[in-house]
Design a protein. Structure first.
Length: 658
């Protein structure tokens, strides 16, 4: 019977759904994908989890701002994250959303275990809370958050507390017994001194927030967003039934340095309290900075991955991220450096070597691998490939991607040097030098094969192409990286046609193209479906899709002021194929309103038509055009086709709907 493969479980953080992915998030996911590929090549059965963190005040407010119910808002955002990872070739094996039922069950179960074991008690708490970081912070009222610098809010709550203080010693013992639990070393020291300084109990439920997972039997309590979010790692691989799948405890949590405390203090403490196994390792990486500063929407310096993937290919971004920045430290991102690396290492380095070698094999050896002479290869290639392979493997093992890539690329420069010294084109002129010519080309080709295997975890697409070009069977991703040996290329194997792996690109042109794409609006623009009748109606309380929408009182309904309006003008908006810009007479004034109905109504057909308008909605900009109100429509069919609300009797403009 075939032996079961060993298992490896790794995770990225689950990303907040109040924003869309940028290259900072992409970095974590790319690192996770690289490790996943490497581990698969080592023969592991790997699960990589990523997902979306969908609860909390931040998300609640973002949904309100967008004017859509929370559940609708998070569903669109989660889909945007999930599909982007697929598009970028880094899909999750398990994509977990914190609004899923499997997750709510796990959170409630974990809480129950902690409570049954005596680590949860009710209490009151007043403190300064940072809604951006979802954490209480140690500052006075009116002071800003020491982590992110944004304003804090004074919050008093009745809630359940977790006895974190009881875990000071167990955590210190655990860190001592598992010296590799926190990586890199600097972070470990930081956490050790934080915990040694004493731990305060932590409030793990909220009554001030509605958008969260309900604490069973304790409504309106919902879970604190970090108690909720961290548990996602466990929900993704079976939750209460985790033993069945056998992927818990996680082997590796990859996180940014800003969230290390949650992962190395709170998370193991929750698990210890519940009597569950604790993850084996947490690796904190640094940030990708722009001009030495953090990326932020307000600074307008957010870089998205899609334009880069489109112009240079995802391999280029992956290579740049892993080659340029030491894993664990901050790195600076610049388009210039990215294109520079692309041209020097990928186009001129690997791409050029592959195309030269394959062209020469075509030309001088009839398109089949020549037979290298073992004696000659030792004298010609003194650079000890087997030792290099070993070194690269050990660097991968320690997640030293920068160094691993440096070593792989040294193989490339060595072969380049061999070719320019040996000049196969000159050897080909002299029949007496045939063995030497063949050996040089054989060394080049076999080293390329080795490079394809070693570089695969980082540049999967190009190495797969190279593998095929080298006439190798199967997929390079299925090769056993631990069994890789130099010198095993079979003579006589036919090579395939050399495809351009990395076409050279002019720097300015590449940068301009990426910047142009960057300034296009990002998908999805989560805007109020102008067709929905109630803009920011109460979403489901508690875990999404578990409970029916709340009932509202008549006073709540009375807050929505709807009036009969008459369309005066209607036109399309350049660059926004779904929107129409209307001017509408609402009796007291004429308003400009944008409506997402352009694909279903011709502008001319609307002029003179009576419509229902929500007139007291805060004005907002849609695609840069001010919209002051909302036109009411039914949303019909699975695609949500808008059908404008209308009257069968004549109604006066300005009449209120009650
Ligand atoms: N939702 C929480 C994580 C919960 S995990 C149980 C969260 N989400 S986040 O979307 O704000 O951040 C997710 C990850 O992206 C964090 O690890 C963070 O460090 C990382 N990054 C955000 N900006 C980054 C850079 N500019 N560079 C690198 N990583 C960055 O925190």
């Amino acid at each position: 019977m075939a032996q079961a493969k060993p298992k490896f479980y790794l995770t990225t953080p689950i990303y907040y759904t109040n924003g869309l992915p940028h290259i900072g998030h992409t970095y974590t996911t790319v690192v996770a994908d690289t490790i996943r590929r490497y581990k698969r090549m080592q023969g592991y059965e790997v699960v990589m989890t990523t997902g979306t963190d969908e609860h909390g005040v931040n998300v609640e407010r973002a949904a309100q701002k967008a004017g859509v119910p929370e559940s609708e808002f998070v569903a669109k955002m989660a889909e945007a994250w999930r599909s982007l990872w697929e598009e970028l070739g880094v899909p999750a094996d398990e994509f977990i959303r914190t609004t899923e039922v499997r997750h709510a069950r796990t959170v409630q179960w974990l809480f129950k275990l902690c409570r049954e074991n005596g680590f949860v008690y009710p209490g009151h708490y007043t403190g300064q809370y940072c809604i951006y970081d979802n954490a209480y912070v140690d500052v006075k009222p009116g002071e800003n958050c020491p982590d992110c610098g944004r304003p804090t809010e004074t919050v008093t709550e009745e809630n359940y507390f977790f006895k974190l203080s009881a875990f000071q010693q167990p955590l210190l013992d655990f860190y001592k017994k598992n010296p590799n639990f926190i990586q890199p070393e600097t972070r470990r020291n930081e956490i050790l001194s934080f915990v040694a300084g004493g731990l305060r109990d932590l409030s793990i439920t909220r009554t001030s927030i509605r958008w969260g997972i309900p604490v069973p039997g304790e409504e309106p309590h919902v879970f604190y967003v970090w108690f909720d979010a961290l548990t996602a790692y466990l929900s993704a691989v079976g939750g209460p039934e985790y033993e069945r799948r056998g992927f818990w405890p996680a082997d590796l949590h990859l996180v940014g340095k800003d969230i290390i405390r949650f992962h190395t203090v709170y998370w193991p403490a929750f698990l210890m309290a519940a009597g569950l196994p604790v993850p084996k390792q947490v690796w904190a990486h640094g940030w990708f900075l722009i001009d030495a500063g953090k990326m932020s929407k307000s600074k307008g310096n957010v870089v998205q991955p899609r334009p880069i993937a489109h112009v240079l290919g995802m391999d280029a971004l992956r290579y740049y991220m892993l080659r340029e920045t030491v894993f664990g430290q901050d790195g600076n991102f610049s388009y210039d450096a990215l294109v520079q690396r692309y041209n020097s290492d990928l186009a001129n380095g690997l791409g050029n070597l592959a195309s030269r070698t394959l062209t020469m094999i075509e030309k001088y050896c009839g398109g089949a691998f020549p037979k290298g002479s073992a004696d000659l290869s030792i004298s010609l290639a003194p650079w000890r490939v087997p030792e290099r392979i070993q070194q690269v493997r050990s660097l991968y093992e320690q997640y030293h991607f920068t160094r691993a890539l440096e070593e792989i690329w040294r193989l490339i420069t060595d072969v380049d040097l061999l070719i320019s010294e040996q000049k196969p084109w000159a050897l080909a002129e002299d029949p007496a030098k045939r063995a030497q010519l063949e050996t040089v080309l054989w060394i080049a080709a076999d080293t390329l094969r080795v490079v394809a295997v070693l570089a695969h975890p980082v540049i999967p697409t190009a190495t797969e192409k190279l593998w095929r070009a080298l006439g190798q069977s199967g997929s390079v991703g299925e090769q056993g990286i631990d069994d890789l040996q130099w010198g095993t290329l079979r003579a006589g194997t036919k090579i395939a046609k050399a495809e351009g792996l990395f076409p050279r690109i002019e720097k300015q042109e590449a940068v301009e193209r990426m910047e142009a794409m960057e300034s296009e609006p990002q998908k999805p623009a989560v805007t109020p479906a102008p067709t929905a009748s109630v803009p920011a109606g109460p979403g489901p309380s508690g875990a999404v899709s578990q409970t029916a929408p709340e009932k509202i009182a008549i006073e709540d309904f009375a807050k929505v002021e709807m009036r009969v309006g008459q369309v005066k003008t209607a036109e399309r908006i350049v660059g926004a194929d779904k929107l129409l810009k209307l001017t509408v007479d609402i009796g007291s004034e004429v308003r400009q309103i944008c409506a997402g109905i352009a694909q279903f109504y011709e502008p001319e057909s609307l002029v003179g038509r009576k419509v229902v308008v929500v007139v007291n909605l805060a004005p907002r900009k849609l695609r840069g055009v001010e919209s002051n109100g909302m036109i009411v429509a039914a949303s019909v069919g699975p695609e949500g086709r808008p059908v404008l609300a209308a009257f069968t009797e004549d109604v006066e403009v300005g009449a209120r709907l009650k």
